[in-house]
Structure formats: C-alpha cells, structure tokens
Design a protein around this ligand. Structure first.
Ligand SMILES: Nc1ncnc2c1ncn2[C@@H]1O[C@H](COP(=O)(O)OP(=O)(O)OP(=O)(O)O)[C@@H](O)[C@H]1O
Ligand SMILES: [Mg+2]
Length: 252
C-alpha cells in the first residue's frame, strides 16, 4: 500500500462494440448499504448505512450513546464478525477489498483502532515491548522492529520514554503509546473510538496534534467523538442516527 497516494482502479467494461476503460477512485473506506443487528436484538443497529472515507481525511462521527458508533468501528476493524457475531449485510471495503474476506494479518496492516480506555490496551512491562508486540506477531525481522519502535515513538512524540514502564505515564501519554502500538503495524486507516474521552485536556491536545501529523503522513482517520470541541481537527462531521450516517446540521 502506498503512503498518502490516492489509488486508481482501472475497470475494463467490455461491450459488444467497444471496450471502455473506466478510472474509479479507490477510497480507504467504502461502505455500501450496510445492515447490522446483534443476535440478541430484533432491530438493526446499522440500517442501510453508506460511507466513503477519502485519503488524508479526518472524519468525526458523533451520535447519541448506544446509536452504534463502536459497532461501526468494530465492523471496520474486522472485530465484527470475526470475534463478535451478528447478522450483517452489505459491502464494506478497505482500499477496494472486502473486509469480510480479509485475514486478520491483512486487516491489522490496513486498519488500526485506538479505544477509549488506555489502561485496557497496555499490558507490556516496557513501552518498547508494548510497541514491538504487534510487529513481533507479524513476524517482522528484529532489526526492522527496532527501527520501527523508534519511528513510531518519534511520530507520537514519546521517543524519550522508550525504556520506561507504561504504568508511570499520564492518561494522555498512555493513549499515545497505545497509538504508537497500533501504528507499529503501519495501518493506513486509523479509528479512534472516543479515544479522547478518558484523558485530561493536555493529553487530548497531544493526541489531536498526533492525529494531525498522521494525516500529513497520508493516514485516513475516523474519530468517534461526543465532545464537539475535539472535532476542530476534523475535515467533516457526520452523525450516526437511526442506523445511518447523516451530515451534521447542529443537532444530534
Ligand atoms: N455484543 C453486543 N451484543 C448485543 N448488543 C450489543 C453488543 N454491543 C453493543 N450492543 C448494543 O448495540 C447498541 C449500539 O452499541 P454501541 O456500543 O455500538 O453504541 P455507541 O454509539 O458506541 O455507544 P456509546 O456512545 O455509549 O459508546 C447498544 O444498544 C448496545 O447496547
Ligand atoms: Mg461506543
């Protein structure tokens, strides 16, 4: 996958009389008519949902508690239906490839997710081992992992903490390490599921600054947010309502 470059798909349409070459843009995320319901529920959480996320875009998704924002993130990250089951219908593509047929190894290289609570995402004794965990599982060579730890910690502004324990950090710093761990697998798409909600004002500014830097390096970002003050970095705001993503018009 190339960094920050909009891919072009050339589809060739053959007719009786001519061959048409049609240039279609491949977006980081494209969802078409997505329906989803949990097995224990008789109504759809997502109902005919459509979305296109463009390269280098920061999209904020707002919506009332329980409207399905995390569910949507879980589908985009492949957690649903791989780990959490449900009735799912429609198309969800990452760079033109269906998320449903992707193996976990391919998924983690395309999309990374940062959750609300930093403490639940960190489990290694040192920051270095935390950031190394993902690439080690991808069987990446040791020398490459060493450089990658350096690069990712630099990207989130935490290089000086490489050999420290994550447990001594502030909430915001922990979230930056959780982000570096996700980035270490080099995903092009990043999902932040209310990742700013449990940290202090300084921490929020650190994460937002990191998100803007990541956008500049070619990443595409969805930030699920309830606080509109945090959405000042977003290029676009959509609201998840009645199972669909609609343009924000000043009300949830
Ligand atoms: N594993 C599950 N099984 C059954 N129902 C679930 C499951 N996970 C979530 N739900 C329900 O699906 C609905 C959407 O949940 P989801 O967590 O996606 O909402 P949300 O918009 O992220 O909410 P919040 O803003 O509180 O984080 C809720 O009614 C929730 O109770
Ligand atoms: Mg949620």
């Amino acid at each position: 996958m190339n960094d920050g470059v909009t891919l072009q798909k050339k589809s060739i349409i053959k007719t009786d009389s001519q061959t048409l070459v049609n240039d279609t843009e491949i977006n980081p995320i494209e969802i078409r008519d997505l329906y989803f319901r949990y097995p224990s529920c008789d109504t759809n959480i997502l109902h005919k949902l459509n979305l296109k996320l463009e390269t280098n875009e920061i999209l904020a998704v707002a919506g009332r508690s329980g409207c399905g924002k995390s569910t949507l993130c879980h589908i985009l990250a492949g957690i649903i239906p791989k780990t959490i089951q449900g009735k799912i219908q429609g198309q969800v593509e990452l760079f033109g490839e269906s998320v449903f047929s992707m193996k976990t190894v391919s998924l983690v290289k395309r999309v990374g997710i940062v959750f609300q609570e930093p403490d639940n995402q960190l489990f290694s004794p040192t920051i270095e081992s935390e950031v190394a965990f993902g690439p080690e599982n991808l069987c990446i060579a040791r020398e490459i992992i060493g450089d990658r730890i350096e690069e990712m910690l630099d990207l989130v502004g935490m290089k000086a903490y490489r050999y420290e324990s994550p447990h001594n950090l502030s909430g915001g710093q922990k979230q930056l390490i959780a982000l570096a761990s996700v980035l270490s697998m080099k995903p092009q798409i990043l999902l932040f599921d209310e990742a700013l909600s449990q940290i202090d004002a300084l921490g929020r500014e650190l994460i937002k600054a990191a998100m803007l830097r990541l956008k500049e390096t070619g990443k595409s970002i969805i930030m699920v947010e309830h606080d509109f003050d945090n959405m000042d970095i977003a290029d676009r705001i959509l609201v998840l309502k009645k199972g669909q993503l609609i343009t924000y018009e000043g009300a949830l």
